[in-house]
Write a protein that binds this ligand. Structure first.
Ligand SMILES: Cc1cc2nc3c(=O)[nH]c(=O)nc-3n(C[C@H](O)[C@H](O)[C@H](O)COP(=O)(O)OP(=O)(O)OC[C@H]3O[C@@H](n4cnc5c(N)ncnc54)[C@H](O)[C@@H]3O)c2cc1C
Length: 470
């Protein structure tokens, strides 16, 4: 273990709160904490603290507020958008990953309360052992990503087609405000009540902190909805000659809420990278839709699959189950290796499913214009059904040779512009990846309200300053 430098002006006060072993300000640790999983490089934290409980977080925020020292909360720093990186010097970075406990699984109210630093993969495992599942299971970076990080960054991922994104799974939060007060939201406003309902007597204060990127409070605990583990699972892959046909079927399945997960591969190149054996058998295969169904028992799951079959085969053909099974059974591990190949050049965003063909064609046009394949670059175009009626656009570029970085960044920028201006799309998280585009388009009234809320909750602007331009 490396010795702390003990240079930070609050070093000794922070040690008094969280213990010497949980406070670090040596150059090597600070360098490690100055990166997430994106290509962005902003500032380094001035010191890192790993609080072990809510009271410690509260004391640290009171200290920081009194001394006007900036604080950045962080989970696993697995973001692919630069969100957890400090924007100003000398910050205290709060690494929440020590708060990784399952506090209570409540079968009475079908909820689980966890520490904000618990990783999704661990939570899924703990619940499975007891016969429960989550609706939204975590982002595909869920081996690392924490519950608190995903709720702060509005993650979309596994299970989102049926259950919505991370924030849709929340019943209540425990949050520490920038001034140190501890607040419980949902039915938790009443200390004598269980946290079982999100929308109760007062305003929905839970929503105030969801997707806030750590600018309004530090989440210390979250209560999420749980369900019994299903006994019936069915898989199906369908192939299509065009993105229009594939998107049409995806839209209908999504609107009818038939699948737990719907994943689309949007062009031959993406199929070649992820499911190339299908290309040997089907000559005109342009897109694939992978469908996963989960139900109480096999009989219901298979009946649903019959319905899906009827809809999908109107415009497509049945391929088998390879992609849907691989996607579902190895959910987090499948995406992880892509990260090593340059997955961080992503353009993840949300859009109406009806606009998918437009954006897929726009992306292919850009790739052709720059002839990116001949420069050693590659891409995956995919989409995931979300919350009944819309989807993600997941278009990711892979750099190959690092000397192509300047061209890569040019293509990446053009891709983002095209996606933002095609068919009413919005990003689901922000960070430096999307901040410029978002701030240039946000309505003045919306932004004015955000500023008022921030000014009221965080009068000294200590919590993640400059994020969202605040
Ligand atoms: C291989 C791979 C696959 C991925 N797949 C997906 C995907 O499918 N969908 C997706 O959405 N993302 C994906 N990601 C990105 C990332 O894993 C998720 O966004 C994840 O939710 C981030 O969680 P984290 O704990 O790492 O948060 P961090 O990156 O540490 O932080 C995210 C934001 O939340 C704030 N924050 C963190 N903890 C707290 C807290 N307790 N209180 C207040 N604010 C806090 C931070 O300041 C920051 O603004 C992927 C990443 C990788 C590497």
């Amino acid at each position: 273990m490396l010795e702390s430098a003990k240079h930070h002006p609050s070093y000794y006060e922070l040690v008094a709160i969280s213990g010497e072993e949980n406070v670090r300000d040596n150059a090597i640790d600070l360098l490690a904490y100055s990166r997430d999983a994106s290509p962005f490089q902003l500032d380094s934290p001035g010191i890192v603290v790993r609080p072990g409980c809510t009271e410690e977080v509260s004391k640290i925020l009171k200290l920081a507020n009194d001394k006007k020292i900036p604080v950045v909360p962080a989970g696993a720093r697995s973001s692919i958008n630069g969100a957890p990186l400090p924007r100003v010097p000398n910050t205290i970075m709060l690494d929440l990953t020590r708060m990784d406990y399952l506090k209570k699984l409540d079968e009475d109210t079908m909820t689980v309360t966890v520490g904000a630093g618990l990783r999704w993969a661990e939570l899924i495992h703990l619940l499975k052992e007891k016969g429960f599942k989550l609706g939204f299971r975590g982002p595909y970076g869920g081996n690392a990503g924490t519950v608190g990080g995903s709720l702060s960054g509005n993650s979309i991922g596994c299970g989102a087609s049926k259950w919505g994104g991370a924030c849709d799974s929340v019943v209540g939060l425990e949050v520490v405000l920038p001034t140190g007060e501890i607040v419980n939201t949902g039915s938790g406003w009443n200390p004598k009540a269980k946290t079982f309902a999100r929308y109760t007597t007062f305003n929905d204060l839970t929503g105030l902190f969801l997707g806030d990127h750590g600018t309004l409070g530090v989440k210390t605990e979250a209560t999420l909805k749980v369900y019994y583990t299903p006994n019936g699972v069915a898989f199906a892959d369908y192939g299509f000659d065009s993105i229009e046909d594939c998107a049409k079927v995806m839209h209908e399945l999504q609107r009818r809420n038939l699948a737990e997960e719907l994943v689309l591969l949007g062009d031959r190149n993406s199929i070649d990278l992820l499911a190339n054996s299908y290309l040997d058998f089907y000559e005109h295969l342009e897109c694939i839709l992978a469908v996963i169904i989960e139900e109480e028992n096999e009989e219901i799951a298979n009946k649903k699959k019959d319905l899906v079959d009827q809809i999908a085969k109107k415009d497509g053909r049945s391929l088998g189950t390879f992609l849907s099974k691989a996607h579902w059974t190895d959910m987090f591990n499948m995406v992880q290796p892509l990260f090593d190949s340059g997955f961080w050049y992503n353009t993840c965003h949300l859009r109406p499913i009806s606009t998918l063909p437009q954006t897929v064609k726009g992306a292919l046009k850009i790739f052709k214009k720059y002839d990116v394949k001949s420069k050693g670059m590659n891409w995956i175009i995919s989409a995931l059904g979300v919350d009944r009626s819309y989807c993600t656009g997941w278009i990711t570029l892979f750099m190959g040779d690092p000397k192509n970085k300047p061209l890569m960044e040019k293509v990446w920028g053009e891709l983002k512009q095209m996606e933002f201006s095609t068919g009413g799309a919005v990003p689901y998280w922000c960070g430096p990846l999307w901040e410029g585009e978002c701030l240039s388009q946000v309505s003045p009234n919306f932004y004015g309200l955000l500023k008022k809320i921030k000014g009221t909750l965080d009068p000294n602007n200590i919590l993640h300053p400059l994020v969202f331009g605040l």
